[in-house]
Design a protein around this ligand. Structure first.
Ligand SMILES: Cc1cc2nc3c(=O)[nH]c(=O)nc-3n(C[C@H](O)[C@H](O)[C@H](O)COP(=O)(O)OP(=O)(O)OC[C@H]3O[C@@H](n4cnc5c(N)ncnc54)[C@H](O)[C@@H]3O)c2cc1C
Length: 376
């Protein structure tokens, strides 16, 4: 690759960090990746992905593995509380005419696919490891790792998620994540035979969806308004989730509600968002993924834009003769798209909370899907 970057440290082994390692290794860069979790685990919920993500998977070389382990379908059906079909939202095929425009997979399955590709690419992975100190100068970055090693790099990539310690270290005045007034529930169920694509049922304050994640499993997601951020005891999850589904008379939702048990891998999460104003780098330390733009799931595109960051970062560093120029070009290409996803997702949440204009909601969904179809 570039004369500018010969070796790099990726801090955080989530979807964004692993994608960065894969793309940098393709260009001959030596890459160390540190991940704080000793088991490199991803929690057991489903995730919804669109055509733009599949296009990025093709670039990373993991599309076939995704298609084997996940589920790819076309479109999204939107229904009323009682199951009446309200709209069919098309999802453009962006990874090629043979690859559907939408889909889902269990997060641990996607994490395993990317971890395998990260190791196969020749990344040195250090688990149960983080950083203690980052000291940058004009010629490089010295990083003291928690495993006792101190190493020097041409570039450090902070991909350590919403509560990023790299962001705290490098941008101490950065805004903190903000609670958005909604929370999301997810659970894993047997894939209903009648489900051919993702389906959503819209209630006044609660939105329910189902998306297949494999040939035999699906996950349900439930978005709920909640004025203040609350902690809930896991022992209450099943009862509360069943209460939320009670107003829905759509036959499939009624059946799914009956089938939920303590073994349904129920996950509850208050939604928080963050968009760091530019710049996203200081010297030779750059942030990608949720560390710099954490969105709510309303457009199911948070993972997508983090993975795209990784691809664009590697492309721009390859082109640049100076690190600064490469990082500025990276931000230039990423800012508008990531801003659009975060701010449009937040607006969708606001419309849901205020029971606002359904036309505006539909238009934002449509326009955002179109904007995401544009090449990166
Ligand atoms: C409820 C919910 C539902 C969502 N649903 C969707 C969806 O359907 N579709 C979609 O595309 N997106 C969805 N998203 C967004 C998506 O999950 C994120 O955008 C994506 O996971 C971000 O990936 P990341 O790698 O940037 O960060 P993360 O996934 O947070 O990964 C960060 C990694 O860094 C590690 N780490 C943290 N701190 C340190 C440290 N100090 N040192 C070393 N390692 C560290 C962590 O262990 C982790 O492995 C959803 C988000 C939420 C909250």
């Amino acid at each position: 690759m570039t004369q500018a970057v010969r070796n790099a440290l990726v801090i955080g082994g989530g979807f964004s960090g692993m994608s960065a390692a894969i793309e940098m290794r393709k260009r001959g860069i030596e890459v160390d990746l540190v991940e704080i979790d000793p088991g490199w685990r991803s929690y057991g919920a489903g995730i919804t992905l669109g055509g733009a993500t599949f296009r990025a998977f093709r670039q990373l070389g993991v599309l076939d593995a995704f298609l084997r382990r996940g589920s790819a379908t076309d479109g999204l059906d939107i229904c009323a509380l009682d199951g009446t079909l309200v709209a069919k939202v098309p999802t453009p095929r962006l990874a090629g005419p043979d690859v559907p425009g939408s889909g889902g997979i269990m997060r641990p399955a996607l994490a395993a696919i990317l971890a395998e590709a990260t190791k196969a690419a020749g990344t040195q992975v250090f688990l149960a490891t983080s950083f203690e100190r980052i000291t940058a100068d004009a010629g490089g970055v010295t990083v003291a790792l928690t495993n006792g090693n101190t190493r020097r790099y041409d570039l450090v990539i902070g991909a350590d998620g919403l509560f990023s310690k790299v962001r705290e270290a490098v941008f101490p005045d950065a805004p903190r994540p903000t609670y958005t007034g909604q929370c999301v529930w997810r659970a894993v169920v047997d894939r209903p035979a009648e489900i051919e694509t993702a389906v959503m049922w819209l209630g006044p304050k609660v939105k329910v969806g189902i998306n297949p994640v494999s040939d035999n499993q699906a996950y349900i997601f439930v978005t709920v308004d909640q004025p203040t951020k609350q902690r809930l005891a896991p022992g209450d999850y099943l009862r509360v989730l069943k209460e939320l589904l009670e107003p829905f008379s759509a036959p499939l939702v009624v059946r799914l509600r009956e089938e939920l048990t303590e073994a349904s891998s129920i996950v509850y999460r208050p939604l928080e968002a963050l968009l760091l104003p530019r710049p996203w780098h200081r010297g030779r330390v750059v942030l990608i993924g949720d560390a710099v733009h954490a969105t709510t799931p309303h457009l199911a595109s948070g993972a997508c834009i983090g993975i795209e960051d990784a691809i664009v970062l590697a492309e721009e560093l390859e082109r640049a003769s100076e690190v600064e120029a490469g990082l500025s070009a990276f931000e230039e290409r990423r800012w508008e798209r990531c801003r659009m996803v975060v701010e449009n997702s937040l607006r969708l949440g606001e419309i849901e909370i205020s029971n606002g204009d359904k036309q505006e909601h539909a238009a934002i969904m449509r326009n955002s899907i179109m904007a995401l179809a544009a090449p990166i």
